[in-house]
Every structure is written in C-alpha cells, then in structure tokens.
Design a protein around this ligand. Structure first.
Ligand SMILES: [Zn+2]
Length: 680
C-alpha cells in the first residue's frame, strides 16, 4: 500500500493519516514550518504544475562501507528496471522518449522562442510522469507546440518517430492511462500497457476465475507479474521474468541484487534477497509469497528496500503491479529519540496531568518507524509516496505482519522547500523566527516522537466503557490525535527532555514548539482550505481545537495575544509556562472524555473549537499566502551515489552528490539504464 502521494500532502494537509490506521508515520514533522537547514537548497526547478525537489541522505556517514555498498547495489538494481515502468505505463512511451531526448540533446536551432520552451516543458512533464500521461490525473499530456513545429524538430535533428507513436502525441487516442469509468470500458478506455489491445475485462475475469491457489487461505497474487494478451484466440500471460517479457531489464536487476546479497547485513536479509532473485528468474508467484514472508521477517539491519512489481493502482482491474524501487536507511536520529522515550515511557505516564484513575500502571510505548530514503525508481520516482506499508497480500499481513515506514527525509524536504518565506510572513517577530530556525526542526521531530511513543500509548479507558470508535463515533479520531498532540506539547517543555539528552535547551525547544503549534493551528493551516469551508480533516481539526481552546481559556490572563499589525493578524505567546498548564488542563479533559466515552463533551469540544473558521482571518491568510503559490505536484531528483574504486575495481568509498538539474538526471538515467532497447 502506498501512503499519501505528495500532492495530498500539499493540497490537503501534511497530517493526513490517523495514526490508528495503517500509516504509523504521523507527519507532525510536516506541520512545523522551519527554516531550511544548513542552507540546503531543496528546490531544483518548477515547470507546468510540477515542482522538482531534492533530498539529503542524513546519516550516510554512519554506515560502514559494506552497508554503503548494499545501499548502492540496491539503488542500482532499482534504476536497472526504470524503463519497465515506462513501458508498463504505455506501449509507445519508450519510443517517444527516445525521440524527444534525441531532439533535446541534438537540436542546434533557436532555443529562446516559446515553441522550444513548450517542447522542453513537454519533455520534462513526460519525464516526470514516466510517460505521456499525467502521473496523477492520468490524462494524456497536451503539448503546447504545434505538429508543424514538432515536424521541424524531427527533421532538423534527423529523429525518427512515425506511425501511432508519432500520431498519439497530437491525436485523441489513448487519452487516459487508467480509466475507471466503466461506461468507456475499463480496458478499452485505459492506455496502460497491461493487456493486449483486444483483451476485454470479461476475458480477464473469465481467465482468472479458472485459476485456483493450492491453499485457498493463502491465495496467490495471480496476474501480478505479467501482461495478458491474446495469441491465436487464446489468452496468454507474458510473464515479466528473466527470459520473459522485460527479461533484459530484469537480468540487470538480478545482477545488482546478487551483489547486494553478497553484502547483506544478516542471514534473513540475504535469504529474502535470494528469494527475490529466484522470483525474478522464475516468475513464480509462490516464490513471490515466500519472498514477502522472508522480507517481512527481515527486520534486523540498517538497510531495507522495496523492489519489484508492487502496487496495482495502475491496472484498472487491479491485478498487475507497477515496477517500483525504494531503498531505505534506518533513521538513526529518530530511532534514538524514540528509544529514549520508550525506555522512559512510564515516567511520562506517571507525571502526566491526568486523573489518577486514567493512568496506566504499566505503559508500553508505541513505536513507529521513519527511514531515510537513499534512492527511488519506477513507480516511486520522481513522484514519491511519503510512507509505505507492505506487503499487500492480506494473508501475509495477518500471519506474519507488515512493515510500515514513513520516509523521513522526503517529508523533511517537502516541509522545508519554501517554508522560510511562509515563516517570515506569519511569524510575529524576529525572536519567533530565530527560535524556529534554531529549534524548529528538533522540536518538530521530538513532538512527533512524543506524540507517537508516549501520546498514543498513554491513558486507559474506564472499565465497562467501549472503544472510542463506539463511544465517540466520528469525533474519536480527532480526539485521539489531539490527545496525543497534547501529551507532546505538555512534555516538550519539560526539563526532563534535557535531562534525557534530547535537547540542549528545553525552554527554547518548548517555545519553538508552542509558537509553531499555535501559529499553525490558528493561522497557517487555513492556507489549505478554500474560503467558506469548514475544517474537516481530523488532524487539522485537532490542531485548531487545541489552539483555539487554550487561546480562549487564556484570554483574560493574556496568555496568547492576538495582534493586528498593519492589517495582518498574528498570535504572540506571552506566557509559555501558563500555556503549558492550559495544555495540561485540556489533556486531562480530553483523556477524561476518552476514558468515560463522553460523546457530548467530545462533540462540544470539536464543534465549538475545531470546525468553524473565522472568515475574516481566513480571507486575510489566503491573501497573504497568495504570493507563495506553488505548483500542486512535487517530485524528486535522487542524490547520486558516486563510487571510487581501486585498481582491481573494488569500491573503496561511496560519496553523495546532487544532480545539477532535472534534465541532467533524466538524460543520464535514460543513457545508463537503457535496458529495454526500443525495437524499430
Ligand atoms: Zn497520531
């Protein structure tokens, strides 16, 4: 399961998932609008509706050379299959890409004119989508240049592109990559290259009806790794395996996976890699399941990966997996924070401002896992998920569990791109900006860790009271998220945090955290709503009801001051200690509501503080935000892993470089990983 494409993050909310659901990565990180760290330039470029970002690989130097090699081989394995994704998306994609790239690299004519710029943007959009259909809307991308101009480019550069592959750029055929409108025919209306052109949905249904798994409790993933075509009137699967369809690319993948296996960190990881190799060699779906079981059990080690035909969203019938690769390194910093909190989780429970009867005598921390991405390919690149929960086979999840991770450095890059401008606009004064700059990042991470490890674990429900889902109904989720946030807010401004070695200045850390939370809850998150809308999403609601409640309760004492300066509204926290007490009071009440299942109180809290938006402030915020309009979709270039070798060709070190720009990386990929040569 792919969790939360970036556009969701940007369009809707950074805090999109309920932590109670599969996604454990609660992007509280995403809510902290910190100044970019270390002057790292996150933004590469923007074109059309796309923003290209870059990400860092923090902690790379903590890996041994052997571990770095493992990462490198897995990244290479991923890229080796890049062109599979292009061909899966559409049968003419590779041919079209080859022609476009040939024009792009050899054209000697005028490059300042709008026509050429339109051509360049078209190519970049095609690169971004791994084909000629928009990565998200699935609509065929319309070129903003004329057919005549394109003909000139073709002839001036001596580029061959004829027939359907040429016509389709301009005509109205294959307009949708994945069509889910049944009236147009799920397959007939979809351009995706998973079925022969004469295969119908009814054919597919009939074909797979006859397939039975040896063990009906452990169903095989039929259709996951093949294209279904008709040959002489018979339906045949063209299996994606060594020697089969995509064989040349798969052999390259296997070559790198074998190298990876030689430097595996432990036996279980090596076993899983071995099974993945077997699967690529045989195409056998039983082996695929064995691999997934081994992979899900390979939990030791600092490196992990996703590689194969995984998500089935691109198949309108939901059988066939898109090729995908994500290489992950343990997030050492976050893991350390989590484990310190976990070891001390009872202290937090004992010292939480809860009614004694709502405290747990023996509390166990909830952990979630963030990883650092080292490279992505296929379905995960350039557009990437921010979290992943696999495997998809339900019976494996039930019997063996699953791995769920959030992609920490990807989320960080999203948050930091352009955030300093937003901070400058909405922060009250220099002090607030500086605290944010110095402590914002740490505060965000620690708040997330407290929210997850301590927050969701804390408190107990009174005997005889049902689960919040039953008692608090539609308010359960926002109540739970707010409660976990409040635990985080209460303890982030506690000397205990410094005593545990989690910060060098608990007061400043706390202030940065409170500033950010209030600013977001009362002001900046409104940027995500249209004027006139209520707050609907659970996390956005909880940030508003927490912030609005403490603002109101502290009004008489002037805890948080609402300031209007030059027609702009700011919230300035005057008394952090008192604010902390108010967070504590609200935490106690929220836990009481949960423990007693007090539906009316939950409803009052959420409806009175969390739903409605002050229209005047909202309009003002949108006006102030208009200057920061950025493209709705984002994606990433990958850092480049650069190897140095000795005279025997042995790798002696691996460094990280950032690609100069998007085109440079795309062209290099097409050149170096051109493993499915286009047939003439
Ligand atoms: Zn949560």
């Amino acid at each position: 399961m792919k969790l939360n494409h970036l556009w969701i993050l940007l369009l809707v909310s950074s805090l999109f998932f309920s932590c109670k659901e599969n996604f454990t990565g609660d992007p509280n990180i995403a809510q902290v609008d910190t100044l970019a760290q270390e002057n790292f330039n996150y933004t590469v470029e923007e074109f059309a509706d796309i923003k290209i970002l870059r990400y860092q690989i923090p902690g790379w130097e903590n890996l041994s050379l052997k571990e770095q090699k493992l990462v490198y081989y897995l990244v290479e394995a991923g890229l080796a299959g890049r062109d599979i994704m292009w061909d899966q998306n559409y049968r003419h994609n590779l041919k079209i890409r080859e022609a476009l790239e040939n024009i792009y690299t050899t054209y000697q004519g005028e490059k300042e004119a709008p026509d050429w710029q339109a051509f360049e943007i078209y190519l970049k959009r095609v690169w971004f989508s791994n084909g000629i259909h928009h990565h998200y809307s699935n609509d065929k991308i319309k070129p903003e240049f004329s057919r005549d101009y394109f003909d000139t480019l073709l002839s001036d550069t001596n580029t061959q592109l004829t027939g359907d592959a040429y016509e389709v750029i301009f005509n109205d055929k294959d307009t949708k990559k994945v069509n889910l409108d049944e009236s147009k025919g799920l397959l007939e209306g979809s351009a995706v290259n998973f079925y022969g052109e004469d295969v119908t949905a009814a054919d597919v249904e009939a074909f797979y009806k006859t397939k039975t798994s040896p063990d009906s409790n452990r169903p095989l993933s039929f259709g996951l790794n093949s294209k279904l075509v008709k040959e002489n009137g018979q339906l045949v699967e063209k299996v994606w395996k060594s020697g089969g369809m995509y064989g040349p690319a798969i052999d390259e993948i296997v070559k790198w996976l074998q190298k990876a296996r030689e430097v595996a960190e432990n036996e279980q990881q090596g076993k899983a890699l071995g099974l993945l190799i077997d699967y690529y060699n045989s195409g056998d779906l039983k082996t695929w399941d064995e691999y997934n079981v081994a992979w899900v059990q390979a939990t030791e080690g600092n490196i992990d990966y996703i590689n194969s035909f995984i998500e089935v969203y691109n198949d309108p019938l939901g059988y066939r997996g898109s090729y995908e690769n994500i290489v992950q390194i343990k997030d050492f910093e976050m893991s350390e924070k989590m484990s310190v909190l976990e070891e001390n989780v009872q202290w937090f429970e004992d010292n939480a401002p809860l009614m004694p009867e709502h405290k747990k005598d023996s509390v166990k921390g909830v952990t979630y896992k963030t990883v650092i991405v080292a490279g992505e390919a296929g379905d995960a690149s350039p557009s990437t998920p921010i979290g992943v929960n696999l495997p998809n086979a339900n019976w494996i999840r039930v019997e063996y569990g699953s791995k769920s991770v959030s992609l920490g450095n990807i989320i960080e890059a999203y948050n930091n791109a352009g955030s300093s401008d937003v901070l400058n606009e909405f922060a009250f004064d220099e002090e607030e900006k500086q605290l944010q700059e110095q402590y914002g990042q740490d505060a965000g991470k620690l708040h997330t860790a407290l929210h997850e490890v301590v927050g969701h674990a804390s408190g107990k429900i009174n005997p005889g009271v049902g689960e919040p889902k039953e008692t608090l109904k539609s308010y359960a989720s926002t109540l739970e998220e707010g409660r976990a946030d409040l635990i985080g807010l209460y303890f982030i401004m506690d000397p205990k945090i410094q005593e545990l070695g989690l910060t060098d200045n608990w007061q400043n850390l706390g202030k940065a955290s409170y500033d950010s939370y209030i600013r977001n809850g009362l002001i900046t998150q409104l940027r995500r709503l249209n004027l006139g809308d209520n707050v609907e999403e659970s996390h956005m609601r909880n940030r508003q009801w927490v912030s609005a409640w403490v603002f109101e309760k502290g009004l008489d004492e002037g805890v948080i001051e609402k300031v209007n300066r030059d027609g702009k509204t700011y919230f300035d926290i005057k008394n952090y200690e008192r604010l902390r007490e108010l967070f504590g009071e609200l935490l106690m009440e929220t836990q009481r509501i949960k423990s007693e299942g007090d539906y009316e109180a939950a409803k009052d809290l959420v409806e009175n503080y969390g739903v409605r938006v002050d229209q005047e402030i909202h309009k003002e915020v949108l006006d102030r935000n208009a200057q920061f309009k950025s493209p709705p979709y984002s994606g990433f270039v990958n850092p480049v892993l650069v190897t140095a070798t000795d005279e025997d060709g042995e790798i002696t070190s691996i460094g990280i470089e950032q690609p100069a720009d998007f085109a440079t990386q795309m062209l290099r990929y097409s050149e170096d990983y051109n493993n499915l040569p286009v047939k003439e």
